[in-house]
Design a protein around this ligand. Structure first.
Ligand code: SF4
Length: 433
């Protein structure tokens, strides 16, 4: 089931002024068309290499994972679904006992697992299976070799990138305490290793550090956190993780997100300012990357310049993407829909959006489809469920989920990111010849 739970309230539409930017926001609540938080497992299991994700869910959840991950499994997968059977749903079996049995068998079979996530789903929420207590109980049994944590990836009222937020927030209490107040930088949000390595080199050239990443490549090597920790968000969908880090004494460095030449420079600059890096050193460290990014973007500008774009709310990357596409490639956002709009985390982004773009938070899919059909944008960014019907109506679409799976952050990915939007337009032009 890729259609996550629809909310019940279908009439509330309100416009109000955004806090930091004066852009009016249209709030919509209604039928939503998004993947659920289980989807995050697809990229998280590749990132955290000694973790295993056990979804406690239904056959539907298992099918979602298998079909989303199907083309990406090259080795023995590090995720599975413990299927809640009808007996469990009817209360005829003790779901906790069943779960303990499944976990014990799994850990015996897979001695490489160091961290096991029990991932909640709609069915586990419906039968009120307390996975945090189960995780505590199982941790007591399997520590020190395996730590068991839990989070929810349920589709009830959540969108697919929230799975990563919930997973990282579950990791925060496990991070060791940083002794003293020595300053360190924590980059928060799953990044492709190639991107992480580029940022490590850039921060080293700036003299910013030590630099750590959450999630770390190994769950058994979580970074330390404390009063000296300053953190940069690499993704705009990590509100819960940011709150958990702040509760541990870390402080957020407000910044635009590292998409495109401008966003990456602003993101690096925010950290450089905290570390008191001189303008000269900043320019020296960033100039080659900026130059490469500008050159790569120039290849796509002719295709994208002046083209209109319409975002359905899906990945929560919509606002930074619209900023990047409008300012660096000349695209014209008509409507920027996003499931949740965190004003504080997006303040730098909102200030850079074109004044004409309509901002929408939440979703009422029918109304939004009507507006999209009326606007006939050159490009529509949406979930898989909407893309095919819209393509059939002659609209060019881009799957938003591809933007989460692809390495798109940083200078050396700016051209690839632009290419993801240029390709569908070039393809359609060719088909029309
Ligand atoms: S968690 Fe809910 S929305 Fe997601 S696949 Fe399972 S049943 Fe469907």
């Amino acid at each position: 089931m890729s259609l996550a739970g629809a909310s019940q309230d279908s009439q509330g539409i309100a416009a109000e002024a955004a806090g930091c930017a004066d852009t009016p926001i249209l709030r919509e609540r209604g039928q939503r068309e998004v993947f659920c938080g289980l989807t995050g497992i697809i990229w998280l299991h590749r990132k955290i290499q000694d973790a295993f994700f056990l979804v406690v869910g239904s056959r539907t959840c298992a099918h979602l994972l298998q079909s989303a991950a199907g083309v990406m499994i090259f080795a023995e997968p590090r995720f599975a679904t413990a299927i809640i059977e009808e007996r469990d749903l009817a209360g005829l079996a003790d779901a906790n006992e069943e779960l303990d049995r499944v976990v014990t068998r799994l850990i015996q079979r897979r001695p490489d697992i160091r961290m096991l996530f029990l991932v909640g789903s709609c069915p586990s929420e419906v039968i009120k299976l307390d996975l945090s207590r189960a995780a505590q109980r199982l941790s007591e049994r399997f520590l020190p070799s395996v730590r068991v944590l839990s989070y929810s990836g349920s589709g009830i009222e959540t969108t697919f990138t929230e799975g990563e937020d919930a997973c990282l927030a579950a990791l925060v209490p496990e991070m060791p305490a940083e002794p003293g107040t020595a300053r360190s930088l924590l980059v928060v949000g799953a990044l492709a290793e190639v991107v992480e390595d580029q940022f490590i080199r850039l921060f080293a050239a700036l003299g910013v550090g030590p630099v750590r990443f959450l999630p770390s490549r190994r769950a058994s090597e979580l970074p330390a956190v404390g009063e000296g920790t300053r953190f940069l968000l690499a993704q705009p969908f990590l509100a819960g993780t940011a709150r958990a880090l702040e509760a541990r004494g870390a402080r957020h460095i407000p910044a635009a997100f590292p998409l495109g030449e401008e966003g990456t420079t602003a993101w690096l600059r925010a950290a450089a300012e905290v570390w008191g890096v001189s303008e000269e050193r900043f320019t020296q460290a960033t100039a080659p990357g900026r130059e490469r990014a500008r050159a790569a973007l120039a290849n796509h500008r002719a295709t994208l310049d002046g083209k209109s774009i319409f975002f359905f709310p899906d990945s929560q990357l919509e606002v930074p993407l619209a900023r990047f596409l409008s300012r660096e490639l000349g695209m014209q956002p008509i409507e920027i829909g996003t499931p949740y709009l965190h004003r504080q985390h997006l303040a730098h982004e909102l200030a850079l959006l074109p004044a004409k773009a309509k901002l929408v938070e939440g979703q009422h899919v029918d109304r939004q489809l009507d507006r999209c059909r009326e606007a006939r944008p050159d490009m529509t960014v949406c979930g898989l469920g909407l893309a095919n019907p819209l393509e059939a109506e002659g609209l060019t679409t881009k799957w938003s989920i591809e933007l989460v799976f692809s390495p798109i952050q940083g200078y050396d990915q700016a051209g690839d990111l632009a290419g993801l939007f240029a390709r569908p337009l070039v393809r359609r032009e060719k088909l029309m010849v």
